[in-house]
Unconditional design. Sequence first.
Length: 72
Amino acid sequence: MFKKKNHGFFCCCELCKTKRKTSLWYMGSLLAFLVIIFYQAVLLILFTTRINAIILLALLFWVLIGFARILF
């Protein structure tokens, strides 16, 4: 009766993609990550430290995964 539909984190069906595109929480978090990435890039230009580079790489990776989940 209540069968699980297996729509997990990596689900790429059209319904899940549409939900991600229209979700304000999802798009807001991606926008927040982009703002943080630009902030970290400015800090990296002004003060080159290893921790800023690692944080920037991790945030850029998360944003790319978020956009890839929308597109594919």
